[in-house]
Structures are given as C-alpha cells and as structure tokens.
Write a protein that binds this ligand. Sequence first.
Ligand code: GCV
Length: 699
Amino acid sequence: MATPDEPEVHAAWLPPEAFRVLGSSRIAVYGDGDLVDTAAQEVRQACVAWGGEVAHYASRLAAGGVETFDAVLALTSWPSLPAAAESVRAEMVRGGVALGDEGFTLARRDGVTVVLAEGAAGLLYGLFHVVRLGRTAFLAGRPLEHHRPAMPLRVVDHWDNVDVHPVTGQIERGYAGGSIFWESGALRSDLTRVRPYARLLASCGVNAACVNNVNVHTTEAHLLTDRLDDVAAIARELRPYGIRAHLSVNFASPIVLGGLSTADPLDPDVRAWWTDAAKRVYELIPDFGGFVVKADSEGQPGPFAYGRSHADGANLLADALAPFGGVVHWRAFVYNHRQDWRDRTTDRARAAYDHFAPLDGSFRDNAILQVKYGPMDFQTREPVSPVIAAMPATRLAVEIQATQEYTGQQKHVCYLGPMWSEVLGFQPWGPAGRTVADVAQGGSGQGEPVGGGLVVVSNIGDDRFWTGHPLAQANLYAATRLAWDPWLDPAAILDEWIDLTFTPAETADPDVLRRTLHAMMDESWRIYERYTAPLGVGFMVRPHHHYGPDVDGYEYTPWGTYHFADRDGVGVDRTRATGTGFTGQYPAPWADVYESLDQCPDELLLFFHHVPYGHTLRCGSTVVQHIYDTHFAGVDEVLETRALWQRIEDADLVAPDLYTRVRELLDEQVRCAEEWRDQINAYFFRKSGVPDAHGRQIF
Ligand code: GCV
C-alpha cells in the first residue's frame, strides 16, 4: 500500500520528465488517423507539462507551409510540408526508401528535427524514438536514419487467468500481483492500467498482445464466444497504441463451447464451427490479431486425440482466421509430462523436434510455430532449440520469458538482456550462417517465409511498480526492444531504460545512477547462473513453484527434468554415441561440437554430457571445484550488488519507496543465494566426497 506521499502506481519508463526536451519544443504533426492522433496527443501532453507548443494538421486541407518548428512529425503522403521535411522527403524519394507501415526516417535539417513515416504506426514509433534520444534528437548534423522493425510480429503473451487458479493464481508464473485485465473470474471493472501499459509497449515497438494464459481453463475458453465482449473491451484500450489483441483458445472449444462430439481438425462440423467462431470475433474486433494455442501439452487438448498431426490442428485454425488476416501462434512446447523417470530412452529435450521437424512445409502461411528458445523450459542456461534450425519452410516465432519463473521470480536482480541477445545472435548453422534472429525475422528472399517474430511472456501485473521488482522492468523493456532490433547491445538497452525511467540527465550527476545500475545489472544473469544450477544442467528448483534450490526435487518425478547425479558424476548424456541422440538434432557444426566432450562449451557441459566430478573443464577447473567456486563467487557478487544499491540511497537518487522495495528484495536475494550455495555445495560434496580445494565451509 502506498503512503500518502507516494503515488499509487509508479511510472515505469516514460515518466513526464522523459518528455522534457520534446515538451519544451515547438512541434508540428501532419497526419490523420487514430495512431497519428495518439502521437499528437503524446506531444500535446508533453508540451502542456513543459511549456512547448504543438500544431496538429489533421486535415489535408489545413496544411500550410509553416516553417517555424523545432520538430516536424509527418506522414510521407502529406501534400505539403515545411521546407526541412520536404527536403528529407525528396531525399527519401531519390533514394527509393521504402519504410513500410511501421518504419520511420529521422533527420535533422535546417534546425528542424524531422520524422517521416509511411504509416501512422511508424509515426508513433518515430515519436518515441525522439523521446528516447532526448537532446541528441535536436543536435545539428544528424544524418538521415531509416528505422524499420526487424521482426514483423512483436508480441507480448500474458499468462493471465480469468478465474483465480487454485495452484497458479491470477497469473500463472506471475510475480507482480494480480492481472491488469482480469480479477476473480471477471473482466476488471477498472481497466485503467491497460492503456498506460499499451503505451509502454508501443514505445518499444510491440504490436500484439495475447490477453490470457496459454493454459485455457473452462472460464477462459468462453472468452472466444459468450465472453468476447471482455476481449473487445481490452482491445479497445490497446488499440490507440497500435497493439492488436490476440486470444489463447482451447483446441477442444467445439466440444466445450459448441456442444459438438468431437474437435477432430478434419471433421467438417468442427471446421465450420471454427470458421463461424472466427467470423464472430472479427465482427466485434475488426483488428483482432489471432489465436494462440497450446495443444497436447501439459494436459491441454490437441489433435493427437484424433490421430491427427499438429499441422492439421494449426491449419484448422489458420484457415478459419485467414479470411480476416489473422494468424495462429501454435506452440511447439509439446512433450510427455507423464514420463517414467526410470525410462532413460525418453528425453524431453528431443520432444519438440521429434514432433515438429517432420511437419516442416505443411503449415499454412498464417500459421506460426511458436518455439521456446531452448529445448527444455526457460532455464537460466540452455542451448538454443534445434527446432529453430529445422523448419526452413515454416513461419517460426521465438518465445522468451520476461517473467522470471526460473530466474529469480522478480525477487532477484537478473537482467536477461544479455541472455536473449546471445540466443538471438546464435548461429545454428555455424559462423557463416544465419542467426536465430534472422529466422524469427524471416523473409530472407531465398524462398523462406516471413518470420513469426519474437514472443515475450510478460512479467507485469497490477503491482505499483508494474513488475514487483522495479529493476525487472528492464527485462520487459529489453525483450521488446530486441524484437524491434535484435542487434542492439543489451548494455545500451539498459542505458535507454535507465535514462527513460530514472531520467538521470535531470539529476546533479547523471553518471552515478547509470554507473551503479550497470554495475548491479550487466552481469546479474551470469551471477544468478553462478549460484544456481551448474553448467547448464538446469532445474534443481523446488517443484511446482520453482523458487529456491531443491537439487533432487524433480529427479524422481514424471516431468523429464533430471540431472542423474550419483557418487561418480553428474549430467545428462544426450550424445549420439552413448546417450539420447539429442545432439543429432542440430545441424553442423553444433551436432559435433555438442557431441564432443572436448569442444562442448563449459556452460552447457552437463546439458549434453554425464561426466565424472574430476572431469577437467575447458576453463581448467574440475567440474566439482567449478561448482564450489562459482557458488561461493555468486553469493559474494550478490552481496556486492546489495552494497551498490546502498550507495544509490546515500546519494538520494531514486524515490524512497522504490529504494526500499529494491533493498528488501536484495535482502531476500542474498538469503536465497546463500541457500542455493549451501545446498548445491553440500549436495555435491556429499555425493562426491571431494573437498573444496580452498577449504571453505561446506555443510
Ligand atoms: C503456462 C512451464 C511453466 C508453465 C507454463 C508452461 C508453458 O511448464 O512452468 O507454467 O504454462 O511452461 O509454457 O506452457
């Protein structure tokens, strides 16, 4: 609960101060349409706050050669623009520049900052780019820059339940309070957080949001039919910022909602049911984005029940959506969650590839296969999923998880930008080949389909800091910025986030806050990795809620997540020579790199190999000594992180309530990191009997 002096809801990035430069300027906006109106309204609001002036030419007839502006934002189709903008436009025409609906051009000409866009969405993104640049957008000598989003679809997925679920609550894997959409079975009567959320997302270039959990329980299933008004109400709040609503649907809807006796994707009545359902959705929500489906996964129904393939299932929904321009995001997270732990032949890591790779080329153009970045499940360290390289004839989206299910649950500082950047930059075909980002982007011109983009599982809730841990906001910011431009440097993204959130430029020493937050966050993912499950083995978390250490918590369960530690060694043998053969799912060179004990990167060693504790890593240490060293080091680094935050308070650099929230969470992070260190070290010491070379305390 906020104290009387504290705001009920803290701004995330984009507080009014972030608009100071823009809002104290004279700005002209040229263009019609809802999204242009949103951009003009943003400028107007900033000018009211900071004393600038705005003119919005919203009708073509009103255009009139005004030239005394500091900045001009205009649609390229506008008939007559101020001279500086005309000169930029002429240069674009000469250069044959094509921006598409979402791109924009930025330049500084004759003392005027010019943003030109072909589509209104591009104009809005251009405006936010000017805000991001702050003063530098108004400096002389800015060359012409063209910006276009890399990914066609930049999606946030919400795992928000409508009904409070007895186990997973209002938001599955949510660590920031309740849902901003739903409350106790109903649409929230107060949707006032949705539009500001859409604004935050649009400022990073997001253009789609799925409003309910991929696990579609009975209540949620009804959103597709008799509770469609609820979805329409959310879509209304998202629309002004160019974000299309998507909906997770239950594959068995024809039975659950339609009273049919089957959901067989090849059954004509089932097909007719979906066609009609899609039509009704578009009657109410004309800009509806599409469906998200989790099928045959963790208890959700799917086409396997009818002996049909996942291409049959996905194509059924794709066909229903096609007449309206919708897409279906079909998740590849399909595996047997009722495995017998004694069965060493089944490997969960193999499952998605085994199910989907043979189906490459059989999905419709508007069916997008949504693949988690790793073969298991959003672990702190996993190899990139081999499915990403296995489906060149399929539209593919990469799914990443901003909500910190396995990475500290928004109690730990864990900036994931560096991890996602590594994933997106990974080259599945080796150093000369394309990257994961290229695949998600698609459309390379070699017959490859347009990509499915990047999907980010959201980490926000109705918490007053949006993400529980205020520093976890940086993860949503980074994930969505990487969808726009996967080549951005995660440290530079962090700078953007810091500048737009805490506006240090307005403080006495702008560098202190920036430097301190970088020191706390840049390495935080690797620090988290050091004090948790070692060398890519994954899991070792408490079952069900997944917080804190429990080395054997999942070892004898049906979930397929094992480490096989015994007195001699640890790790999963996924080699072709002696293990599950998973390494064979990768193309060259990785199939051989991962297969080879000598070449396999240390950080993934236990994902691919079962090795003795005395095995020497590439870094020169033995496995067991490395485990001890990293766990001691990780805790020391967390202690240092906490000390750094104290300096922020001493220098009075952030609001007191925000300071306190982070400090309390850092205390918990220290406690939990020590717990991890002691359990992991004790476990491996007891299993192996090998003492720590440095004689530190192991229990
Ligand atoms: C939404 C993991 C999570 C589940 C999640 C699932 C998924 O298993 O623990 O909470 O369900 O992934 O991505 O579908």
